[in-house]
Design a protein around this ligand. Sequence first.
Ligand code: ATP
Length: 138
Amino acid sequence: MADNTYMLEVVTPERVLQSNEVSFTVVPAIDGELGVMKNHAPLVAALNIGVLRYVDAAGSEKSIAISGGFIEVLDNEGRVLAETAEHGHEIDVLRAKAARERAERRLEQRAENINYTRAEQALKRAIARLKAAGAYSD
Ligand code: ATP
């Protein structure tokens, strides 16, 4: 184990996605991207829908799509509790593209029965998944 690493755990109500040593993490906190290295001060922050990036102990960068939640950092342990989370490699890109198109179509409509906040959230989740999978384009 490299001496610049700390433990990062990512859990959802459904599963433990990850519990590994990392050297760096960037999370989409509600007031901007937040980077965490070893020996970070204790912290609790709310997270937006977005992409969490980390560098693992072997030095490779990985991405996880998350749809909001919290991070706690204490004593060289980072814990992310997210509503949903997927590793970039496990994302179904076609599903995320379909979700993106569905949400964009809804947002373009001017109809009373459309819940725009819900469609915006769905669009953000789809875009985060496409970015984490490396499949996002404007
Ligand atoms: P969809 O409209 O495609 O269902 P959604 O944003 O409504 O997307 P969520 O409610 O956020 O989906 O997630 C439901 C479950 O499906 C969660 O367990 C989530 O991890 C998983 N999931 C959603 N989209 C994908 C995807 N593109 N690839 C893999 N897993 C996904």
